[in-house]
Design a protein around this ligand. Sequence first.
Ligand SMILES: Cc1ncc(COP(=O)(O)O)c(C=O)c1O
Length: 379
Amino acid sequence: MNQGFETLAIHAGQEADPHTGAVVPPIYAVSTYKQDGVGGLRAGYEYSRSANPTRTALEEALAAVEGGVRGLAFASGLAAEDTLLRTVCKPGDHVVIPDDAYGGTYRLFSRVLQEWGVSFDPVPLGDLDAVRAAVRPETKAVWVETPTNPLLNVADIAALADVAHDGGAVLVVDNTFASPYLQQPLSLGADAVVHSTTKYVGGHSDVVGGALVTRSADLGERLAYHQNAMGAVAGPFDSWLTLRGLKTLGVRMDRHCDNAERVVDLLLSHPKVVQVLYPGLPEHPGHEVAAKQMRRFGGMVSFRVEGGEEAAVEICNRAKLFTLGESLGGVESLIEHPGRMTHASAAGSPLEVPADLVRLSVGIETVDDLLADLSEALG
Ligand SMILES: Cc1ncc(COP(=O)(O)O)c(C=O)c1O
């Protein structure tokens, strides 16, 4: 039976505990497991780096909500990215990356993997010919983030999957901003999905984590091998918190989207705002693609202001209910200046962000309170 998103989020991998009937998977705070004779593993568990029942529950739930066959949970989003890249690439290989992406992802490519001999080219992913031209025989992956952090650009996942596959590369989609509730890249042809589960999946700003989900069992197996061999796994308590967050992802995302739409309306009518970046706007260059591949347009909103960097920073400092902070995707609203905060590591690179940009992670508080706070901050 094909079950709905919320049913999977609440039940997949989460059968009642066979020993006690506990309806929530317990936190298995354990490193090692008694064996029934040498090599006789009970239920497949031997050591918690290789597998842990709380992590297994999360991994099965993640695979189910992304419509994939294998899910793997990591200590952070970047740990998941690193594991994926060092599974599919070796020194001498090449990756096509977006010219707009999370600064930490860019730093992983430019400051870490490049040193190990994996090269990359940033390309505007909206230009399919440019992507095609950038794919070469050594290209092992095309990396997609959609919508992007922080400019909310949209890339056509199905079209890019064709380009990547024609070139013999895998298509990887960072689905952090959309979450699996709004967008399912594997169903559009992606080979692997990456998440910072720190964000919408966890949803409560109380845990750092990452995930990989694959469309094929083969890639899933290779990644699982590297997850164990490299060791950046999610611990049992972190897995439990993330799983608790995942259960309410659908209802939270709907409220994030409702509130973001109201915030966008306010920004559009404000004289100090020169541009609103939100894929739900018909004038957004990626609107049509977003409407095709996303259920709704998400809770992230960026905008540019009159008065340049100083004005943008001042707005961030004046906001009260919108808390000044990095990260995103939690129930509470956050505001930040990407140029000086989340994307400082992209300064001077092709991924540098405009200085007059403000990014909002619109939370699920009472929307009138959010609008009042933002009006006050904008002045
Ligand atoms: C789109 C995106 N991908 C990946 C990451 C990295 O995840 P983490 O901070 O959990 O390592 C982030 C973090 O902000 C992000 O925004």
